[in-house]
Design a protein around this ligand. Sequence first.
Ligand code: C2E
Ligand code: MG
Ligand code: MG
Length: 409
Amino acid sequence: MRELDVRRQSDSARRYLDLAAPSSALRTTLFLAAESVTYPVAAVNILDEHEQHTLISVGTAPPPPQPRSATPCDVVVRTGQPLAISDLPTRGYPQQPCVGTAAARSYIGIPLVGREGLVVGTLALVDVAERHTTEQALRRLVQFGSVLEEQLDLLRRVGPSRPQTDVYQLAVAIDEGQILPYFQPLVHLATGEVVAYEALARWHHPTRGVLPPAEFIPLAEDSELIIDLDLAVLRQAAVVAQRWRQTSPELRITVNVSGRHFEHPGCVDRIHDAVTASGLPPSAVSLELTETAAIAASPANVAFLDQLRALGFRIVLDDFGSGVSTLEHLVYLPCDGVKIDRSTAAALHTRSGAAVVRAIAGLAVELGKTVVLEGLETVDQAERALELGCMIGQGYLWSEPQPEDVLVG
Ligand code: C2E
Ligand code: MG
Ligand code: MG
């Protein structure tokens, strides 16, 4: 293993050292893994550049960190291959901890691959007795290793050192398909035609009913979970849109995308794959950048947005007019349109409210961008929006966000 590889592996491993308290699910898997080969002790070990850390163990208390080079797990991490040793002391590992103060004689190590695709540690089993390991036992442990990898990934998405709160539940909810897109129409103000539907996330909570985004998006925004959540909504909305387009080929969908995607180099591919898995072309999708004010017009962000647009996506700056720095974004962020925030729609009847809409719409149109005003609740407001230069409206005037089956049925 080259030095650079060790460093990358170590960076990835360290992210697992900062995890939320290991879940009881992890403990159960570890216990079952030990039972399957009748070993008394099993552990998940994470190896950084220098040390081996036991994240969780069954059959004995987790030992303190040990120098990495003195452990057989080091070999497993370096080679990425399972390893079974029946005589640890004679193989150069005289002091491997087992139950209490006894040293272990037998060892099995299974590599665990982390989120970055690198081996970050091991499922390790030890016994004071000399044991021989069959191929079949090793295969079974490799399967337990895969389960542990998934459970670790779930903890990882929950974020650093958090108690198991709603965030954990939310991660499970995303995986189990409890987060669903509801759809609200976007209407061409001059013709009254529905031109698109915005997908808005709803959590079908097993005990609390249907929860609006305010109950879970801030939680998701605090961790990497927002990325999985957005992609889950995008994926499902694309499937629905692809179906609708069989009868309305011009129909578009718009989906909310957090600025946090742009912290990750693979974000463009992930977004693209989530859409095209359904067969929907990216050209049918607008991505609404939420919390636009928080997205810097940095070269990296500009490059991501350019790449998305080159793939056919349209980029819309959401909640426009609600922040302070957003006019600048209209000029510097590559985008196709703006959506004026509903707090502005509510002030349309005032002189200053109308002036804000007219100014934003004027600038946007001059720059060749579409202008949507959201939060329209009355016919008066819709007429006023059209007069002030907005092309498209969205709001309870036409419909609240609805599940797909209500819209169709
Ligand atoms: P948004 O993208 O600006 O969506 C518009 C919000 O205004 C929606 O709230 C919609 O239900 C509400 N709305 C639409 N018309 C009217 C109206 O006439 N009157 C009033 N009072 N409200 C109206 P919702 O669905 O609660 O979503 C809130 C926010 O949560 C969204 O604001 C968006 O920023 C965020 N969000 C929703 N789904 C997702 C998602 O999948 N990913 C991300 N990152 N954010 C999401
Ligand atoms: Mg939106
Ligand atoms: Mg908005």
